[in-house]
Write a new protein. Structure first.
Length: 161
C-alpha cells in the first residue's frame, strides 16, 4: 500500500479523435482589395447619412476644449464660428448665440458683420463657460446659433467628476 492509497491497475484507454480538415478558400489579392473597397464605401455612406454634412451651410462650428472638464485648469470652452454669406448680394450678417439652460453662459464679442461679400466668410470666437450662480451637472447642453442667413445647433458636453 502506498501513501496515496492502494495501487489499482486500470487498463489504459486511448482515444483517437478524427482529424478535421478546414478547406482553404481560393482567394486572390484582387478580390481582397475589392472587398475592402466595398466595405470602405459602405462605411463612408453610413457615416454621411448618420452625420449629414451641409456643404452650403452659412455657419461652420469648431470647438476647443469640448467636453468641458470642470475639474481641470481650463474653465471655459471656445466656440469658433465661421459665418459665410451664402446669398448673391453683399449682406450685413447678424449673429446670435444662445442656450436654453441657465447653467451655461455664452459670450460672443462680435455680433455684427457688416458688408460681407457673396461667398466670403467672417470668423469669430465665442467663450462658453459655466454660470457661477447656478449649480451645473454633467451632461450635454444645447447651443443655438442664429444668423440672418442660417441657423445651426451644437452641443457642449460638461464633465464635473
Amino acid at each position: 500500500m502506498s501513501v496515496y492509497g492502494p495501487k489499482i491497475r486500470l487498463p489504459k484507454i486511448s482515444l483517437r479523435l478524427p482529424s478535421i480538415s478546414i478547406p482553404k478558400p481560393n482567394v486572390s489579392g484582387k478580390s481582397i482589395a475589392i472587398v475592402l473597397v466595398i466595405i470602405l464605401i459602405l462605411a463612408t455612406t453610413a457615416f454621411l447619412t448618420a452625420n449629414p454634412v451641409d456643404l452650403n451651410s452659412g455657419i461652420g462650428v469648431y470647438w476647443n476644449n469640448n467636453p468641458l472638464d470642470l475639474k481641470s485648469a481650463d474653465t471655459h470652452s471656445e466656440l469658433n464660428l465661421v459665418v459665410k454669406n451664402t446669398s448673391e448680394t453683399t449682406q450685413n450678417i447678424s449673429l446670435a448665440v444662445t442656450t436654453e439652460s441657465n447653467e451655461i453662459i455664452v459670450f460672443c464679442p462680435d455680433e455684427e458683420f457688416p458688408n460681407v461679400a457673396p461667398n466670403m466668410d467672417r470668423k469669430t470666437t465665442c467663450i462658453v463657460r459655466r454660470n457661477p450662480q447656478e449649480k451645473i451637472f454633467s451632461g450635454t447642453y444645447n447651443i443655438n446659433i442664429v444668423t440672418s442667413l442660417a441657423t445651426a445647433k451644437t452641443v457642449l458636453e460638461v464633465k464635473t467628476n
